[in-house]
Ligand binder design. Structure first.
Ligand code: ADP
Length: 626
């Protein structure tokens, strides 16, 4: 069988080896079903499993992105809401300013208020800043040059704003596009906004809103600002405009601009009663920070770190308490808007590792589950295929057994019939020849009987119906009788025979016939597989607790890897030296079973100098006879 397999070369041989059972060699007639099963497994189970595994792995990867996206969306909504709250706080202060100016103008008249606007405003206006007033002719009537001499802030204000507020020069200003409603958080802020048009409208601005270039943001959040815009570009941009153009058509507003890189926020109003006058107040970043601080302090951070970054990306307000961060790289951020250009509400994850580790945990769990499923499929397939191969091997052995037994039955029957016919025909007259033919007939009948006995005994043992006649016997005596018959026969067949026997008797409780049958099988094998080494030695001795017999030959021996397998039913060593010999593969199986049924053991080991040595150990009394 292996001979046929060894004829295969190249990849086909590799496939053969791969599929070959770890047991006895299988004929190539069996390769086809095994290959077919392997192919079915590959196409119907393994490949679909791999595809499913791959899809699941991809899903696991996407799951990570989804988890991060969800967290980003959640936090983005949080910073959006905070930005809206802060805008609302600024709007409320603007509304308060408008109301205050209205009351002052109603009480004292526009001219009187403008003349001494700072002092009039001081009582009711807490945020501070530099108040200013512009006359119906567009002249900056407050603060005066005289004030600038005594107050540094006023001097700086006039230097930076005089020409712009007097409409002498245009400037880059920030204000919301007319079309876009300011972001609101609740109905209160909505109604407030609808009642006051806080945004300065500018015709120049509405013209080219769409053409605005997305300005770069000072910071780059790790996650998207929104889906349509890159995280690093700003949603707000300055417009170059004249002051009068910017305020035209609106009764009040907020305007922001950078003067020498310093942010200035202007609240302004044209009081309803005297709308040709314009009153305003210029606020510094510090004053704006104080304006939004109460609203910010009321916020809840929900476990993460939140900071308000100014236009230089420095934190001006933080929640909860002080915390360090890579300020330019928040997790998400929202620009507060035109009222505080380039100021951002930035959120930093309190535990940045938690998000990635939970995402990683999800994917590791998924990967492990997939691998477990694939592993289970592969292991299942391996066991199923190993079982199929084992069954195929058994089927093969049984097929071989039937053909071997038929052959073994036929050979002695043919000789018996031939010699019987010769004798019956009366043609053989010489008495010597007659007795030789009769001895052959007797020996062949014995061989036949042995074979039939082996098969019957095996069948009985399979059905557990073998009954032993246990009694105390002298095995030395029983073996001596057997030795006489066997040694004579084997010597005649050209064997050199030796019995190395320790002195008897060997008193053992056993079924003497069964033990003799074992020895007959061992002699028969030593004879069958002798090849050129025609020498058999029997050693027997009695030890205190057991009887030991060894049948040694000088045949080809049994490969170490086969030493246990030769005791399996139907197993025959597929060796060039033994494969030519007929046999059923049952002799050693039966022999070991008989000995083990007696509580002993039978095994084989290599004989020193070549050949095999079968060792039989039999307890003086089987355990259930003690
Ligand atoms: P059978 O001899 O009918 O094939 P056995 O069960 O007696 O069955 O032996 C099993 C196999 O063990 C044999 O086919 C043979 O290959 C190997 N074997 C048994 N005895 C010997 C021996 N003395 N020397 C070499 N090989 C042996």
């Amino acid at each position: 069988m292996a001979g046929r397999a060894s004829g295969i070369r190249g990849p086909a041989r590799a496939a053969f080896c791969l599929l070959r059972a770890p047991g006895p060699p299988i004929g190539c007639g069996n390769c086809a079903p095994v290959l077919r099963s392997a192919l079915i497994f590959l196409v119907a189970i393994f490949l679909p499993s791999l595809v499913l595994g791959w899809l699941a792995l991809r899903a696991a990867g996407e799951q990570n992105i989804l988890i991060e996206r969800q967290a980003a969306d959640l936090h983005q909504a949080q910073t959006d809401a905070i930005a809206a709250d802060l805008r609302q706080a600024v709007e409320q202060q603007q509304a308060a300013f408008v109301e205050l100016v209205r009351q002052l103008v109603a009480a004292y008249g526009a001219e009187a208020v403008a003349e001494n606007f700072g002092a009039r405003l001081a009582d009711g206006w807490k945020p501070g800043g530099v108040p200013f007033a512009i006359s119906p002719r567009g002249a900056l009537v407050y603060p005066s040059i005289a004030q600038a001499r005594s107050e540094e802030t006023v001097a700086a204000f006039l230097e930076g704003n005089r020409s712009f507020l007097s409409n002498a020069a245009p400037a880059e200003i920030y204000q919301l596009p007319q079309s876009a409603a300011p972001p609101t958080k609740n109905t209160q802020s909505k109604s407030l906004l609808s009642s006051m048009d806080w945004v300065t409208r500018s015709s120049a601005k509405s013209k080219d809103t769409s053409a605005q270039q997305a300005a770069a943001r000072n910071i780059s959040p790790q996650k998207g600002y929104d889906d349509t815009e890159p995280a690093a570009s700003s949603k707000i941009a300055p417009e170059l405009s004249n002051f009068q153009t910017a305020i035209a058509g609106a009764p009040q507003g907020i305007m922001a601009r950078f003067v020498q890189d310093e942010l200035q926020v202007l609240f302004w109003t044209k009081p309803e009663a005297r709308s040709e006058w314009l009153f305003g107040v210029m606020l510094t970043p510090r004053q704006m920070q104080e304006m939004i601080a109460p609203a910010f302090d009321q916020l809840e951070s929900m476990g993460e770190h939140i900071a308000i970054l100014n236009d230089r990306s420095r934190p001006v307000l933080r929640l909860p308490g002080e915390f360090p961060a890579d300020w330019k790289h928040p997790f998400v951020a929202t620009e507060i808007g035109e009222v505080l250009p380039h100021w951002e509400v930035a959120l930093y994850l309190a535990n940045p590792g938690a998000l990635t580790s939970s995402a990683r945990l999800v994917s590791i769990t998924l990967v492990l589950l997939i691998m477990l499923a694939l592993g289970a499929i592969l292991a299942g397939a391996y066991f199923v295929s190993a079982d199929i191969r084992r069954q195929l091997a058994t089927v093969q052995k049984k097929t071989d057994f039937v053909s071997n037994v038929s052959h073994e039955l036929k050979t002695p029957l043919t000789s018996i019939r031939m010699f019987a016919e010769l004798l019956a025909g009366g043609k053989v007259t010489e008495p010597e020849k007659q007795s030789r033919y009769l001895r052959i007939i007797a020996a062949e009948s014995e061989r036949l009987t042995r074979l039939v006995n082996n098969v019957l005994d095996f069948a009985r043992m399979e059905r557990k119906r073998k009954v032993y006649d246990m009694r105390e016997v002298d095995l030395h005596h029983a073996i001596a009788r057997l030795w006489e018959v066997e040694s004579t026969r084997l010597r005649e067949a050209g064997f050199s025979m030796a019995w190395d026997a320790a002195a008897g008797p060997y008193r053992v409780v056993c079924d003497a016939d069964a033990i003799t049958q074992v020895l007959v099988n061992l002699f028969s094998n030593a004879e069958k597989y002798a090849a050129s080494g025609r020498e058999i030695t029997l050693c027997t001795r009695m030890e205190p607790r057991e009887f030991i017999a060894e049948v040694k030959d000088r045949g080809p021996g049994i490969p170490r890897a086969q030493e246990e397998k030769v005791f399996e039913a139907f197993h025959r060593v597929d060796d060039s030296l033994t494969s030519g010999v007929q046999g059923s593969g049952l002799g050693l199986t039966l022999a070991r079973r008989i000995i083990r049924d007696h509580g002993g053991d039978l095994f084989v080991r290599a004989r020193e100098g070549g050949g095999s040595s079968f060792v039989l150990r039999l307890p003086r009394k089987p355990v259930d006879h003690l």
